[in-house]
Design a protein around this ligand. Structure first.
Ligand code: AOF
Ligand code: ZN
Length: 365
């Protein structure tokens, strides 16, 4: 039996927020619970960019019960006029007695001002309850709002001997159905999904979200320095899901025109021969893609890693051995000494079906 205390309500707020991950675009996911004399009187979550913030929904539900109540919110209430008026003013107006906040809003327009405003109006504010959970839930937002760059999660599935396909190139499937379903949930939760053109040519993927219930599709991004993506690719069949190609000025102009006719958006990232990936990520950020799921292949993974552009790695390891000269998950020139290897911090291990999932954050020298 769970003990009822501040954490009990904050967990509920975190739970509600986390379920909306993927549907708030560049905005964070936020949950709010209003409690008055031992009863939950209001619940809310931020569900869509441009629409009500979590506190607004929860206070609306609480109505006059909000007076003297405690407001639990997973992110510092905002203090700025964005697409909606400031939440801290709404809380003051509702006459709440106490506000419990999990973490500060890293948005430079807020960054502590919401808390200061609440305190200055006489409301008791406690900050830092389940802070790590809230920060982790919005790790992409936290990077994007402070740097303008998308948060990059590299996802790969490999055999125990580190291969992502058989020597023939056959890769259906490395991991089991449970892990594959998890990947589709991850697609739903990301603003963009990115692969290299070699993978597009080898697998002809759709890069859509396919689950037992409807999900949201990420913007599909292909790194293609020479615009080799065929016009009849499965990627180009459904124009309602955007496709962006990152290319170079050396790519053939006629192919570029033909792709543009199909609705593809093309971003020139340097003179070539290879795509300037750091510049490409900056451009994706400018297009308000706050998070990207990088799904290989090995060469693009390796290049992104070598450039220090990968923020998080999620690796599914299937209990099988394939051998041969098969493609690897990370192809890059490598280091001379083990001491120079890129370590992962905050590693988490999980078993998903028959596969092992290892995740962590690369630390660059
Ligand atoms: C909150 N509660 O539920 C959310 C907050 O464009 P706007 O007006 O929606 O503002 C977006 C910014 O507001 C976002 O960058 C972040 O700083 C904050 N999000 N704040 O008090 C919420 N979603
Ligand atoms: Zn707000």
């Amino acid at each position: 039996m769970e003990v009822m205390n501040d954490a009990f309500y904050m967990r509920l707020a975190l739970d509600m927020a986390s379920k909306a991950k993927g549907q708030t675009e560049v905005n964070p996911v936020v949950g709010c619970v209003v409690v008055k004399e031992g009863r939950i009187v209001g619940l809310g979550a931020h569900l869509k960019r441009g629409e009500g913030h979590a506190e607004v929904h929860a206070l609306q539900m609480a109505g006059s019960e909000a007076e003297g109540a405690t407001v639990y919110v997973t992110l510092e209430p905002c203090s700025h006029y964005g697409r909606t008026p400031p939440c801290c003013e709404r809380i003051i107006e509702a006459k709440a007695a106490r506000v419990v906040v999990a973490c500060l809003d890293p948005n430079p327009q807020v960054a502590g001002r919401g808390i200061a405003r609440l305190r200055e109006s006489g409301i008791e504010v406690d900050v830092g309850l389940l802070e790590a959970e809230s920060l982790a839930m919005n790790e992409a937002f936290n990077k994007y709002i402070t740097t303008g760059l998308p948060f990059i999660t590299l996802k790969t599935a490999m055999t125990l001997d580190g291969k992502i396909a058989a020597k023939t190139g056959d890769s259906r499937f490395v991991s089991g159905p449970e892990a594959r379903e998890r990947v589709h949930t991850m697609r739903h939760q990301h603003g963009g999904i990115m692969i290299g053109v070699e993978t597009a040519l080898a697998d002809n993927p759709e890069l859509t979200t396919r689950l037992s219930v409807p999900g949201l599709h990420p913007v599909r991004i292909v790194v293609d320095s020479q615009l080799r993506l065929p016009l009849d690719s499965r990627l180009l069949q459904d124009a309602s899901i955007p496709v962006i190609l990152l290319t170079t000025s050396g790519a053939p102009a006629e192919k570029r025109a033909a792709l543009e006719v199909k609705g593809v958006s093309i971003i020139t990232c340097g003179p070539g021969p290879r795509v300037d990936l750091a510049y490409g990520m900056k451009k994706l950020g400018e297009r308000e893609i706050a998070s990207v799921l990088l799904e290989g292949g090995g060469r693009l993974n390796g290049s992104m890693l070598e450039l220090g552009l990968v923020d998080k790695i999620i690796l599914f390891m299937a209990p099988k051995l394939i051998g041969g000269q098969s493609p690897e998950a990370f192809t890059f020139s490598g280091f001379d000494r083990m001491a120079d290897a890129i370590p992962l911090k905050n590693m988490v291990l999980e078993q998903i079906g028959d596969d092992v999932c290892i995740s962590g954050y690369p630390v660059y020298a």
